[in-house]
Design a protein around this ligand. Structure first.
Ligand SMILES: Nc1ncnc2c1ncn2[C@@H]1O[C@H](COP(=O)(O)OP(=O)(O)OP(=O)(O)O)[C@@H](O)[C@H]1O
Length: 474
């Protein structure tokens, strides 16, 4: 069936690499068309529908990022996944490519095993299986605009393999969002593993993550699938370093046995605190932050979507009653009003608890406001992400979400910024970059080598950025 054979577009001007990739693809029954320049690649993309594209970063008439951008601009029905080949150790350009919409990257010298798993993932992405989201049960319930936007974002994020960082108040649905991304993505038939970093003693975390002689650990368990690290900011510094190395090297060793294991996971992290703030004040490695925060997803607090409360209450009452094998009570209008008036610092989990208590204690078939035990005054903690803690005229983070292109990503950052304060996305990103660089320089007494290390970028790249931002005249 030659016409059903997948076709990849390989963009590279180095004949040796083209040969190596074509031969590897051939063995996987994938045909490769070669383009030697940005212009040739654009022409081919305009002429033919490819299953995926693999592009080198350095091209004679431009760079791989231009190819990634061209692909993002294709109409939705012609969308295809694109991955980049980066120079060895150049994480900067890999992350830039991911932010622009590349689904993955491979660095030189090209490791064939890594290339094969990238190709397999690309083929799974084009299969379209994950696109059948209409059939996907709406785990994320709600009809509010905020939830509809979130569901659409999750659907798009699921199409890539880039790291995602999810922010949101306690109980707002971060873990559920991570699970939805996994379930709708190409790794859905593999494991989804959660590690609650805050609830495990710091000295036990390493064992849980990297294993010991009795247990192979959560990284191993998640291999091939998705690892969700909840409250990732609770990882002790040494473990942050170890995790960073693991992600960079794409392999890890079992803590006790020393066995080296190749890593192929999607990593999703979550935190209540803004990780950018934690990185800024030195509590979280900024290089790891940049590595994990390629795509950011913000879950709005329940009080910003009060119109969802009737539906959520109805569904929760049904579930709770089914679990206790009782009849489902109806919530009265005054009960719904009482719930809608409450700010829910504990979000969905608190709503579940309030309803569970009411069902256990209630006896009638209708639940009234008087049956609900709702705390009178509920402080909304200041270090959490929510409408109450944003400075000045900044918008809640959920409003800062940018439009996601097909196979693309959101590029919002959890800073004190709202995009509305800036004229263009570039201005917005530059202000974040400037702030991160200035803070690294301040923390290192303007030692540029140390600052570059702290930021996880090369010295040359820091100098380039300093120049670009006008922080260095030379
Ligand atoms: N939109 C939603 N529809 C239905 N159930 C939801 C929704 N959002 C959250 N939940 C439910 O609320 C509970 C809390 O969600 P989850 O554990 O994902 O929150 P979290 O933000 O990860 O919490 P924590 O910060 O405590 O780790 C779960 O039982 C989850 O299934």
């Amino acid at each position: 069936m030659p016409d059903r054979q997948p076709i990849a577009l390989v963009v590279d001007d180095e004949p040796d690499i083209c040969n190596l990739i074509s031969m590897t693809l051939q063995r996987m029954n994938v045909r490769a068309d070669i383009a030697m320049s940005v212009a040739e690649a654009r022409r081919r993309l305009a002429e033919k529908q490819y299953h995926f594209c693999l592009t080198d970063m350095r091209l004679p008439d431009g760079d791989g990022l231009q190819i990634v951008e061209t692909i993002q601009d294709l109409p939705a029905d012609r969308a295809l996944p694109v991955a980049v080949i980066t120079a060895h150790g150049n994480m900067d350009s890999a992350i830039t490519a991911l932010k622009l919409g590349a689904f993955d990257f491979v660095s030189k010298p090209v490791n064939l095993e890594r290339l094969r798993s990238l190709v397999q993932l690309a083929l799974r992405l084009t299969e379209g299986r994950f696109l059948e989201s209409q059939e996907f049960p709406a785990l994320f319930q709600g009809q509010s605009e905020a939830i509809q936007t979130l569901r659409a974002q999750i659907e798009k994020i699921a199409r890539s393999d880039a790291p995602v960082h999810i922010t949101g108040e306690p109980g707002s649905g971060k873990e559920l969002a991570a699970r939805c991304i996994h379930e709708q993505g190409p790794r859905s038939n593999r494991a989804f593993i959660t590690l609650h970093c805050e609830s495990i003693a710091a000295e036990q975390l390493e064992r849980h993550l990297f294993g010991d002689e009795y247990d192979r650990g959560q990284l191993h368990a998640a291999n091939g699938g998705t690892l969700y690290l909840d409250e990732v900011n609770a990882l002790p510094q040494e473990l942050q370093t170890k995790l960073l190395n693991t992600l960079q090297e794409e392999s890890f060793s079992n803590s006790a046995t020393g066995e080296k294991i190749k890593l192929d996971i999607r990593i999703i992290t979550g935190s209540r605190k803004r990780l950018a703030d934690e990185a800024r004040r030195g509590a979280f490695r900024s290089d790891l932050y940049y590595r994990l925060n390629v795509i950011e997803l913000a879950i709005p607090p329940l009080r910003q979507r009060q119109e969802d409360i009737p539906l959520l209450t109805r569904n929760l009452l049904r579930r709770i009653s089914a679990e206790s094998r009782g009849a489902t009570p109806k919530a009265s209008q005054d009960a719904i009003q009482a719930l809608q008036a409450y700010p829910f610092p504990g979000n969905l989990r608190e709503l579940e608890n309030i309803l569970e208590r009411a069902v256990t204690l209630g006896e009638s078939s209708t639940l009234y406001a008087s049956d609900l035990i709702i705390p009178a005054a509920s402080p909304i903690p200041g270090d959490q992400i929510g409408d109450s803690v944003l400075p000045g005229n900044a918008k809640p983070i959920s409003d800062v979400v940018l439009q996601l292109p097909a196979y693309g990503h959101q590029t919002g950052y959890p800073g004190q910024f709202a995009t509305s304060e800036f004229e263009t996305l570039d201005d917005f990103l530059q202000s974040i970059e400037r702030e991160a660089i200035e803070s690294a320089l301040n923390e290192t007494g303007w030692n540029r080598t140390a600052a570059a290390e702290k930021l996880g970028i090369s010295f040359r790249s820091l100098r380039y950025r300093l120049k670009k931002l006008g922080l260095e005249s030379e």
